[in-house]
Ligand binder design. Structure first.
Ligand SMILES: Nc1ncnc2c1ncn2[C@@H]1O[C@H](COP(=O)(O)OP(=O)(O)OP(=O)(O)O)[C@@H](O)[C@H]1O
Length: 280
């Protein structure tokens, strides 16, 4: 009798119609170059009415640019990405993709062109190949899977597993860094025009940390290169970026290259110094 009550709620949920957002077909561009513009974007989360998570953000990311977003916890880094993925709509201003308003573009089409690796990637209790190919809608071969794994510096450790690419993924089998590299391979396999990495804040083993940095370099050098946005917590990844965006209290506080920002001796210089002190 207890479960009857509960199942009623489940059925009510299943009967809900999909959101308008995914029903309405939007624009599909012939090609996505990967230019991203935030034009005076402000946003507050519905549950925290009037407390801005992002405030009057103006940003222009060029196609194929590698950008690192840095800032203290709560400064609005993830919110920028949430808006870009269209998980939320800006409260004010607009986001443009290749000059087209994001809200006019087809959401499904857009998300197929964005690869996203979160801080704690989800893997499934399936073999490695299935985990890498999960969600990939383009036609792929086994060679493509290996290419993606190599790009993510996952190929060698996968080969050292008992059944290589056919090894069943088990939580105890892989380290946090290895899981993240499989998730990066999954994102790269989509051959996205925009790649977004939310670097883990938790301590990665030294090997994985080195590889995550290498992935950024490889992705940057890749002939098919794409726009890359990294929410970065480590100096090594930050330095690999073409441009660094420093967020503070929902605003863009500083922007530029590593040496310029260090020279400026502002918030970025303080963040870096703090990180250096932590390792001292
Ligand atoms: N789902 C949410 N609902 C309400 N408020 C939120 C939500 N997510 C984030 N916030 C708030 O929005 C602001 C910006 O948060 P955001 O997660 O973008 O920061 P961040 O720089 O990515 O932080 P971190 O480095 O800790 O991930 C913070 O004040 C945060 O408390």
């Amino acid at each position: 009798m207890q479960s009857t009550g509960a199942s009623e709620k489940v059925f009510q949920m299943m009967d809900l119609s999909p959101t308008k957002q995914s029903l309405v077909e939007g624009l599909k561009l012939p090609k996505l170059m990967g230019q991203i513009e935030f034009a005076n974007v402000s946003f507050y989360y519905p549950s925290r009415n009037m407390v801005h998570a992002i405030r009057e953000v103006n940003l222009l990311l060029h196609p194929k640019e590698v950008v690192a977003i840095v800032g203290l916890s709560g400064s609005g880094k993830s919110t920028l990405v949430n808006l870009l993925l269209r998980l939320y709509e800006p409260t004010d201003g607009q986001i443009l993709m290749d000059g087209f308003p994001l809200r006019d573009l087809d959401v499904k089409w857009l998300r197929e062109r964005i690869g996203f690796v979160g801080q704690e990637p989800r893997l499934f209790r399936k073999d490695i190949v299935s985990n890498i190919t999960y969600g990939c809608t383009r036609k792929i071969t086994h060679d493509d899977v290996i290419w993606a794994a190599k790009q993510a510096f996952a190929h060698d450790f996968i080969l050292s597993l008992p059944n290589g690419y056919n090894t069943l993924v088990d939580n105890a089998l892989l380290s946090g860094g290895q899981k993240q590299r499989i998730a990066i391979a999954r994102a790269i396999l989509k051959d996205p025009d925009i790649l977004i990495l939310d670097e883990a804040t938790s301590a990665l083993d030294a090997e994985s940390e080195h590889y995550v940095k290498e992935v950024i370099h490889a992705v940057q050098d890749d002939v098919k290169s794409r726009t890359v946005i990294v929410i970065a917590h480590r100096l090594s990844t930050i330095r690999g970026a073409d441009r660094i965006i420093v967020m503070d209290g929902g605003r863009v506080a500083e922007m530029g290259g590593h040496s310029d920002l260090i020279h400026k001796d502002g918030l970025y210089a303080r963040l870096i110094k703090r990180q250096m002190d932590a390792f001292a």
